[in-house]
Write a protein that binds this ligand. Structure first.
Ligand code: SAM
Length: 224
């Protein structure tokens, strides 16, 4: 992946969270992620921190965070938010695949909506799993390749080959279940409404009914 990929959209990235559907989608994904992310202690690694959407929440929960991101611009926005809130984070502006030897041991590792852009996902996750302390957990959130939001991003990639979506690799539940990362896998699902859902009310109803193919998966591997 080119370093400039997310640099180019950094200034607009948070606008998605100002839209009604963006907020609901974020909420259902975040609820699922925090339901599964239960580190064995406060020392955690966040990969692909972006503009700090999760970093700020993790800091508010009292975690000691090391945050990694390949994009200098995305990370600069995260850093500004964290500084304004008065928290401290250890920042590593780097490609996660290139800094395995710099990583320490963590009680939790979280990566949300980033592994779609990381090559050799299974291999990198297996290496990250080695950086977990006993009872620690590795949690990733990704868009599912075989549901409505995946289709939406695929169409965007075709319409705009220079967009970040053109660089995304979307996985299915079956693929993730076959990955040999280590430990026991727990897989949760969310985002049961499509991108073109008519209203927030309808989105919330669909989220409750769960009778469509979910578009977001959160996978967790626990070190036993
Ligand atoms: C879609 S954004 C998600 C940001 C944030 N986790 C969130 O949920 O809002 C993906 C982020 O992953 C970062 N990223 C992609 N590939 C990476 C890599 N190999 N190493 C580190 N960060 C990477 C991008 O720069 C970008 O900031």
């Amino acid at each position: 992946m080119s370093i400039e990929l997310f640099d180019r959209i950094a200034d607009d990235y948070d606008k998605w969270y100002d839209t009604e559907i963006g907020r609901v989608a974020d909420q259902v994904e975040r609820d699922l992620a925090f339901q599964l992310f239960q580190p064995s202690g406060p020392k955690i690694l966040e990969i692909g921190c972006g503009t700090g959407q999760y970093t700020t929440k993790l800091a508010e929960q009292g975690y000691q965070i090391t945050a990694v991101d390949i994009s200098e611009k995305m990370m600069a926005l995260a850093r500004e938010k964290i500084t304004n809130l008065g928290y401290e984070v250890k920042w590593l502006n780097a490609d996660i695949t290139q800094i395995m030897d710099q990583l320490e041991q963590y009680q939790g590792i979280l990566t949300m909506s980033a592994f779609e852009f990381v090559p050799n996902a299974e291999e990198i996750l297996a290496r990250l799993f080695e950086h977990l302390e006993p009872n620690g957990c590795l949690v990733i959130g990704v868009i599912a390749g075989d549901a409505s939001w995946g289709e939406f991003y695929r169409k965007k990639a075709i319409a705009k080959p220079e967009s970040v979506f053109a660089h995304a690799r979307l996985y299915t539940e079956a693929e993730i279940r076959q990955w040999k990362v280590g430990g026991r896998l727990v897989l949760g699902k969310a985002l049961y409404f499509p991108p073109e859902v008519s209203s927030v009310e309808r989105a919330l109803t669909m989220e409750e009914q769960k009778n469509t193919t979910p578009s977001f998966m959160v996978a967790k591997w626990v070190k036993e």
